[in-house]
Design a protein around this ligand. Structure first.
Ligand SMILES: Nc1ncnc2c1ncn2[C@@H]1O[C@H](COP(=O)(O)OP(=O)(O)OP(=O)(O)O)[C@@H](O)[C@H]1O
Length: 356
């Protein structure tokens, strides 16, 4: 397993990029720990697959270097980097049996047959393909084939990293959950460095120790699920993580208060904002208290989602969402208060800290 260093990586698909807009990856500079499980999360087109392919060696970055355990691998092939990959669609040998498909990556590396047998049987059990071990892969369904692909990625224990590109897309929802838990278990057992691309936040949050949120060719935050929820570094992280996402309201800062329209909201710190920056206040729907006290709101809709209700309202002439418990009261003259601990302030979309 390896520590991965991405040093000032930039990538443009076209020759001679002229402006930032020509880069699919604008600047990635991070260190990923040996044995870490990372999920790359972001909307379609933000650069997840490009970054994954740069790590695996399928793409040579236009600029920057990649180090595995301190060694420069930028110009090495996938095989030389010793990477296992699982793609969105199955990559298997149709004419081989399920057992031989799984044994292939090990036999290729001259692993002793007894060890091959032990590892393959473990993977067969994990993927629930027991009854199929001696059948040729051609006869399997698409999701069974994808389980073999997944198994082939996980069967070797000596790889530098395992890279997954939306591997559960073709798997049915129930099995998705099972496989995700099993990948996690194998990660704990063997300490693989794993990078898992997805655009599904549930998948990312349940799989990874660290979620890498990408937006518009950049990594905007790397954090634990709790960090992404409580302290989104960028307003995009606030929108993208959580359901509904964070409320982001235009605000002006007056010392340790924020003005939103005609309302004044107390902060528990004095944000350091540069003059002229676009300032915004971010608060998650879970941290707005709806009651008879505080600032007035006009409710437009109440959505019942089981144990919680989502209240859609207008506050200071802006739409906001508020989450209330199933039995929470909705007063006739509703008012709101914001939990100061849960307020984040943003300048030009990036979270700002406290005035020194
Ligand atoms: N082979 C290519 N040639 C030119 N442009 C490309 C190529 N592959 C990707 N791009 C562009 O690079 C940008 C990033 O694409 P990438 O596939 O990395 O995003 P993604 O986040 O993985 O998206 P998705 O979730 O849809 O797979 C997009 O604007 C895309 O159109």
């Amino acid at each position: 397993m390896a520590q991965i260093n991405l040093e000032h990586i930039r990538h443009a698909y076209g020759a001679k990029p002229k402006s930032e807009a020509d880069y699919a990856l604008r600047e990635v500079h991070h260190e990923w720990n040996d044995g870490g499980a990372y999920a790359l999360l972001g909307p379609s087109g933000c650069g997840k697959t490009t970054l994954l392919n740069i790590i695996s060696g399928l793409i040579n970055p236009s600029e920057g270097r990649i180090l595995f355990d301190g060694h420069d691998v930028t110009h090495l092939s996938t095989q030389e980097r010793n990477i296992a990959q699982v793609f969105q669609f199955p990559v298997i040998y149709d004419t081989m049996t399920v057992y031989d498909n799984l044994a292939f990556p090990l036999r290729n590396r001259h692993v002793p047959e007894a060890e091959v047998d032990r590892r393959v049987k473990e993977i067969i059990e994990m993927t629930g393909l027991g009854g199929w071990a001696n059948k040729t892969a051609r006869r399997l369904t698409a999701d069974q084939k994808q389980k073999i692909s997944l198994g082939r990625g996980l069967v070797r224990s000596d790889v530098s990293a395992i890279l997954f590109d939306e591997p559960l897309t073709v798997i049915d929802p129930e099995m998705k959950w099972v496989l995700r838990s099993q990948i996690k278990r194998l990660h704990k057992q063997f300490g693989f460095t794993m990078v898992y691309v997805t655009h599904d936040q549930t998948e990312a949050l349940t799989f990874a120790d660290k979620v890498v949120v990408m937006y518009d060719g950049q990594i905007v935050q790397i954090g634990t699920p709790a960090e992404l929820f409580e302290r989104p570094r960028h307003t995009f992280v606030g929108y993208f993580i959580g359901s509904p996402g964070m409320n982001v309201l235009p605000a002006t800062i007056e010392g340790s208060r924020a003005a939103v329209g005609n309302e004044r909201i107390a902060l528990n710190f004095q944000p350091k904002v540069t003059p002229g920056a676009k300032t915004e206040l971010g608060i998650r729907p879970e941290f707005i208290m709806l009651g008879r006290e505080g600032m007035p709101v006009a409710i437009t809709k109440v959505e019942d989602i089981g144990r919680r209700k989502i209240v859609r309202a207008r506050f200071a002439d802006r739409p906001i969402s508020i989450v209330v418990d199933e039995d929470g009261e909705i007063p006739a003259e509703p008012r709101v208060t914001f939990d100061p601990k849960a307020i984040n302030i943003y300048a030009d979309s990036w979270r700002v800290g406290e005035e020194a």
